[in-house]
Design a protein around this ligand. Structure first.
Ligand code: MN
Length: 239
């Protein structure tokens, strides 16, 4: 049984090469796998399941094709696409995973997360995260017309880019104590997350490890696991 994990594709109309690479990946590697897990920031931004932009509709159709072909599909919210709801899952055939989710993988209890909730040093972001994950905030957001949400999303994107540019490097990475505590809380031997765009395989000692997925830009990143082994792989986009 082969499971694949990807995150941080940041699908966006402005990056057609990444979208094309993803569709190729779906038709080849993912179609041949038993399960595909998308661990957040799949889209650069998700403004609601009623989005009728061509990219949104095309991606949903391709995901549905994958699921109809027999690959199970799991989706986790990221910090940019936390508004997927029931309609998206129905249309695409995806199962929404809560963050974190514990699964058994390659012989070890493995915790899946997007990763943003581990960046506890970024106090400002953690406050926004708490606010934006609340039901009233989301209802208020989704009750606005699509055009207004598109505009708001563009503003938020700009804001987050300028905020990131001003923050110290180490604030943007996961907090080591948060990693240890979260893994212990869930009895995990392995943690897989994305978000930080720092792909790596970290040996945490004591038989524990942390695998970090990379974002899709010039390279595509994927974790491939079967019953016995797990590996972090990458290849050039558009090769
Ligand atoms: Mn993220």
């Amino acid at each position: 049984m082969v499971s694949l994990f990807i995150s941080d594709l940041h699908l966006d109309e402005s990056r057609p090469a990444v979208t094309a690479e993803f569709f190729r990946f779906l038709g080849e590697q993912a179609a041949a796998a038993d399960a595909l897990y998308i661990l957040g920031d799949f889209f650069e931004v998700w403004i609601g399941d009623d989005d009728d932009a061509p990219l949104a509709l095309e991606v949903i159709a391709k995901l549905r094709q994958l699921v109809d072909g027999g690959t199970r599909l799991y989706l986790m919210h990221g910090n940019r696409d936390f508004l997927y709801g029931e309609a998206f899952c129905q249309a695409s055939g995806a199962t929404l995973l809560s963050d974190p989710s514990l699964i058994q993988l390659a012989g070890s209890p493995t915790l899946l997360m997007h990763g943003d909730s581990l960046c506890t040093d970024d106090v400002e972001y953690m406050a926004f995260r708490q606010q934006s994950r609340s039901a009233p905030w989301q209802q208020q957001m989704l009750s606005q017309p699509l055009a207004a949400r598109r505009q708001l999303a563009a503003q938020l994107r700009q804001q987050s880019q300028s905020m990131s540019a001003m923050k110290a490097e180490d604030i943007m990475d996961v907090n080591a104590e948060a990693v240890t505590a979260t893994m212990a809380e869930h009895g995990a031997k392995r943690l897989i997350h994305g978000h930080t765009h720092r792909p790596a395989r970290h040996d945490l000692g004591g038989g524990k490890e942390r695998l970090v997925l990379g974002d899709w830009c010039s390279q595509a990143w994927c974790i491939k696991a079967d019953e016995h082994s797990i590996e972090l792989i990458s290849w050039p986009v558009g090769a």
